[in-house]
Design a protein around this ligand. Structure first.
Ligand code: PMP
Length: 291
């Protein structure tokens, strides 16, 4: 399927992609002042929809948006968009909520007088990574924000840190950039969370300087339910290099093995990693919610 003819929901109606626009006075254009969610659609519904909508609303409340749409309103906009595009499978949705249009350019939120602006962009997009071959990553010089700079629990569109980390990975010819926190501990990849396995115990960084990913939460729950020991911890690069297995998690790539970090090979045949990948595959469609 092609994305040339898709319709996009902006504020209160659908537009053909060529006509779907926000104002140059929109907060997102002038200040990256927006929050967002990525959602994955299966025929069974949308994976962890309610958790994504909660995170969107909580992010918007944290940055003090006004007229934040209700979950029912967002679901209605998503349904209109999917119906208009005849989309049932292989769809990825990017929900964006901007602070809205300003009366002049400028950073002061008081210049926003019309409330926030919801964008529902649904595209035909398969998973970004082939989770059989795995990805190679490189640690970057770009630190992930910790709460003393910008609370990582806000899922915002100020993505320059992550984009710079991704550029460093691109320059190195690798798939993703690993970001440390301001103390030098592992935070996450530029667009996904990280897990490692050592001696049959699963570890993931505390969600202090990484996004508390919804796929991350699903993996933690799956481990707990299946008697696999899981711990949040401060992890160093050395621990990752010497792990028995490493994998990344996110809505765009689901669970993806990491096969190389900074030129060190990571074992791809770790049994616990394989078990978790399988558990996720078996349960992802049961986590889908209908609109
Ligand atoms: N970290 C970052 C920086 C991300 O942008 C994302 C994707 N939204 C994730 C992690 C993964 O989060 P989730 O599992 O909720 O998609």
């Amino acid at each position: 399927p092609k994305n040339d003819d898709i319709h996009v929901f902006v504020k209160d109606k659908l537009y053909h992609r060529n006509e779907a626009k926000v104002s140059v006075f929109d907060s997102s254009v002038q200040g990256g002042d927006a929050v967002w969610e990525g959602l994955r659609v299966y025929p069974e519904g949308i994976v962890c929809l309610d958790k994504h909508l909660t995170r969107l609303q909580e992010s918007a409340k944290t940055v003090a948006f006004t007229d934040i749409p209700s979950k029912a309103e967002i679901k209605k906009a998503i349904k209109m968009t999917l119906d208009a595009n005849g989309m049932t499978d292989e769809t990825h949705i990017r929900l964006t909520l901007t602070r809205g249009e300003k009366i002049t350019s400028g950073m002061d939120p008081r210049l926003n007088q019309d409330g926030s602006c919801l964008i529902v962009l649904a595209e035909w997009k398969p998973l970004v990574y082939d989770n059989t071959s795995g990805i190679k990553v490189i640690s970057t010089s770009q630190r992930r924000n910790s709460p003393q700079f910008l609370d990582s629990k806000i899922h915002h569109n100020n993505l320059l840190n992550n984009i710079i980390a991704k550029i460093q990975a691109n320059v190195a010819g690798k798939d993703a950039g690993l970001m440390l926190d301001d103390r030098g501990f592992v935070a996450e990849l530029n667009g996904s969370n990280l897990f490692m396995i050592k001696d049959e115990v699963v570890y993931t960084p505390y969600a202090h300087a990484c996004l508390p990913g919804i796929t991350r939460a699903t993996v933690i729950e799956l481990c707990q339910k299946n008697n696999i020991e899981i711990k949040e911890a401060d992890l160093t690069l050395s621990q990752l290099y010497n792990a028995d297995g490493v994998f990344a998690t996110g809505t765009m790539g689901e669970l993806t093995p990491v096969v190389e970090i900074d030129g060190r090979d990571i074992n791809i045949n770790d049994q616990v990693t394989e078990k978790i990948l399988q558990l996720f595959k078996n349960s992802v469609r049961t986590l889908c919610e209908k609109l």
